[in-house]
Design a protein around this ligand. Structure first.
Ligand code: MN
Length: 249
């Protein structure tokens, strides 16, 4: 056993919003180093959505997709289970790519027992309930019928639609306040109560932080994961709790 794997045992790592693309090789390189230096030997790696900047189907042909699959597969085969939850950018990632990468697909939300603490995992976009326009868009595009139709379109058309969705979301964001695009505290409390969890870990908002929410007299923690644009980082949990680490790429 190497020193790295020895120190990572008893720990689980959580990342989201890496937005990997061939156009940002520094973030990709940082992620691969993270896999080697932090995640190797850990109890589990949870990727909570938006691993990729865009994903138009498991025939996605960016170099970063192939290389990421290879690296994740080798992590999984070395004994660290890798879990993946869809984000709003890569919700079309399916069983074929998950199998190539050795990843287990998780539903959103997923409730896990994390060293004795009932913990809810989410991507985070469904927490932004004040953004009603986005929630309507999400319901439409994530509908099983829409997904079935999308999967049958030629790659070039799927790419074009994804590009349009991204530019549409960019222009919509400029007209929305920061509060509207953040997680709604009421929705956070509702989810923690409904799933009887004491802790929530999510990404999507790109506002890394630790928050405390009172739920029926219990203090619950909410950890928000950082994105991997100018900075990178993760939340690490062990039997003494969680910590957030973020630093410049
Ligand atoms: Mn997202």
């Amino acid at each position: 056993m190497t020193d790295a794997s020895k120190s990572a045992a008893g720990r689980s790592f959580f990342v989201a919003d890496l937005h990997l693309t061939d156009e940002r090789p520094a973030a990709t390189g940082r992620f691969f180093r993270f896999l080697q230096e932090q995640a190797a030997g850990a109890d589990a790696l949870y990727i909570l959505g938006d691993l990729f900047e865009a994903w138009v189907g498991d025939d996605h042909d960016e170099q970063v997709a192939h290389e990421t699959a290879r690296r994740l597969k080798s992590l999984a085969e070395s004994g660290t289970p890798v879990y993946f939850m869809h984000g709003n950018r890569d919700f079309m990632l399916a069983e074929r790519y998950a199998a190539q990468s050795g990843m287990t697909l998780l539903a959103d939300p997923a409730r896990i027992d994390l060293y004795g603490v009932p913990t809810l995992l989410m991507h985070g976009d469904t927490l932004c309930t004040d953004d009603t326009a986005y929630q309507t868009f999400r319901r439409r595009v994530r509908h099983p019928l829409t997904l079935a139709l999308l999967k049958r379109l030629p790659m070039a058309l799927r790419r074009l639609l994804a590009q349009q969705a991204r530019s549409g979301s960019e222009s919509a964001k400029t007209g929305k306040s920061a509060e509207i695009m953040d997680a709604s505290a009421a929705e956070v409390v509702r989810m923690l109560r409904e799933h009887q969890a004491n802790r929530l870990i999510h990404g999507h908002t790109h506002r890394p932080a630790r928050h405390i929410h009172a739920v029926d007299g219990r203090d619950c923690e909410r950890w928000v994961l950082p994105d991997w644009y100018l900075n990178w980082g993760y939340v690490m949990c062990d039997d003494s709790g969680c910590t957030l680490r973020t630093e410049a790429i």
